[in-house]
Write a protein that binds this ligand. Structure first.
Ligand code: NAD
Length: 483
């Protein structure tokens, strides 16, 4: 297979929060993997900037350990790691004070691409943006990358957007949603818009319903304090699940470019109907076999925050009238499994005997654990005994079709960071999109808060509360097994 990677210009990438958990687990190992793959240009530099007072050598040791822990052995060649670490520098910087900023200004090169990754809590975004400008570090073409959570409601998101807009243009702001960096999510767009096969059927006339599941096996663990103020709706639905919904439901953009794609996603969010009480099921996991319950995990016996949510959502436009989108996400579920499942309608008339069986076509787009797509088609069961129908997978496995290296797809973070360096915002959220998503979720959260609703208990290792199953059963449908 011929590699057709778009070349990248030399860059200075500053990681604010370079000693933090996200930098250690995702950003730095991801950058190393791109370097290992030969996709990072000569002359790049990565500058760690954080509160800890330490020198570059100590930070390089930290990065070496991160690579050892999070990069597969086959890619950990000692010379390659050394060459990567040689391009790394560290500067202690106080986001809330003035120390470290003159040194950082001194370090930056004016003649290369400059990007600043805000891998710190959102409370520091404004401080960083203001200081980048005040110390003359930011430039017209500089990019900033901001992490979730982007606000906790519409007013805080608006305030955050306004603060960033004081110092940077929208074209410079890259709001990360790492779900958009996943290979299969982008493949969803390729399947929809690079084939004539699917798009004519991609509407309420032929699609019965869509399910989007993001299930996690883990509980809230050490993040209990943060999570309890947030909950599944804010932490997962407002961003990740809504982004997946948008890509599934949007109209074909005129081109695969930042504004064309984001305009179409925005239209989907604006077309979402308000939700009624009967469209929502919220849950909290209980204790089991020595593992603490949600309430114990967050150390709040009266918490009404949900660790699980299922929703029935309507996109109110011509294309989707009558085709519901069922969304669910939760912690401590049966398995770690994220997928978009598009269930088509059954043929309007069957020419086969009733006992031949009939099945709907199902297209599933798996995000994790193994990225891939699968289309189930109905065929005749081989062998004698008349016409019996059976559904089989028309498997779209990248490795089988394109060679083993095609299966070695970059992690979402590394792909997105390289897009920042290339200056491509297509897979990043625009400010108005984020605000529109909060504008839809805010009244839903306000309604259950006002009613004082308590989430329903569900057993760890299950598919959520019984009522989530009923949400679909009452429509004559069922969730796909979480496996
Ligand atoms: P962390 O607490 O592990 O690290 C925070 C970093 O910020 C540290 O490097 C610390 O030195 C730096 N910092 C804090 N105060 C500072 C100051 N005044 N001046 C300079 N540096 C300062 O946090 P994290 O888990 O790495 O998360 C970083 C951001 O990414 C947060 O916004 C978080 O919500 C988001 N995020 C994290 C994850 C994850 O898996 N960890 C996932 C998604 C989003």
């Amino acid at each position: 297979m011929v590699s057709r990677v778009i070349p990248v210009d030399p860059f200075d990438l500053v990681i604010f929060g370079g000693t933090g958990d996200l930098a250690r687990r995702k950003i730095l190992p991801g950058l190393y993997r791109r370097f290992w793959a030969g996709q990072v240009p000569d002359g790049f530099r990565i500058i760690g900037a954080a509160r800890t007072d330490q020198d570059s050598d100590v930070w390089r040791d930290f990065v070496r350990e991160a690579i050892t822990e999070f990069v597969t052995e086959a890619k950990r060649e000692p010379e390659t790691i050394d060459a990567f670490l040689a391009q790394l520098h560290y500067i202690p910087v106080d986001a809330r004070g003035d120390s470290g900023w003159p040194e950082l200004a001194e370090m930056m090169r004016g003649d290369v691409t400059q990007a600043f990754y805000f891998s710190v809590g959102p409370g520091l975004f404004g401080d960083l943006a203001e200081r980048l400008q005040r110390f003359n570090i930011s430039c017209e073409d500089c990019r900033i990358v901001v992490e979730k959570p982007f606000g906790r409601d519409l007013s805080s998101a608006k305030a955050l957007n306004a603060t960033l807009a004081e110092h940077f243009d929208e074209q410079q702001i890259y709001r990360i949603d790492h779900y958009l960096g996943k290979e299969t999510v982008q493949n969803l767009m390729a399947v929809r818009f690079a084939n004539v096969l699917f798009e004519p059927l991609w509407n309420a006339q032929y699609i019965d319903h869509v399910q989007i599941t993001v299930a996690e096996e883990v509980g809230v663990g050490g993040r209990g304090g943060y999570y309890d103020k947030s909950g599944a709706m804010r932490d997962m639905v407002q961003n990740h699940l809504m982004q997946l919904l948008c890509l599934t439901a949007m109209e074909p953009p005129s081109r695969f470019g930042p504004d064309a794609v984001r305009d179409e996603k925005l239209k989907v969010i604006r077309a979402l109907d308000p939700l009624g009480q009967g469209d929502i099921v919220r849950g909290q996991y209980t204790a089991a076999s020595g593992e603490p319950s949600y309430l114990e995990d967050v150390e709040n016996p009266d918490s009404r925050t949900e660790s699980f949510i299922a929703l029935k959502v309507h996109v109110a436009n011509w294309r989707w009238n009558g085709t519901p989108f069922y969304l669910r996400t939760g912690k401590r579920m049966k398995a770690r499994n994220s997928e978009i499942v598009v269930t088509f309608k059954e043929p309007p008339h069957s020419i086969f005997d009733a006992d031949a069986g009939s099945r709907a076509n199902v297209l599933s787009i798996r995000l994790q654990p193994d990225e891939g797509m699968d289309l189930r088609v109905t065929i005749k069961e081989p062998g004698p005994g008349g016409m019996r129908l059976v559904d089989v997978p028309l498997d779209m496995s990248f490795a089988d079709a394109l060679g083993p290296e095609a299966a070695d797809v970059p992690d979402a973070y590394e792909r997105l960071i390289m897009d920042v360096i290339r200056g491509n915002q297509t897979l990043f959220m625009r400010g108005d999109e984020v605000e529109a998503a909060w504008a839809w979720t805010d009244p839903i959260i306000a309604a259950w808060t006002e009613r004082g609703d308590r989430p329903l208990p569900y057993a760890p290792g299950s598919s959520g509360p019984e009522d989530a199953l009923i949400l679909m059963h009452k429509d004559g449908r069922r969730w796909r097994e979480i496996a």
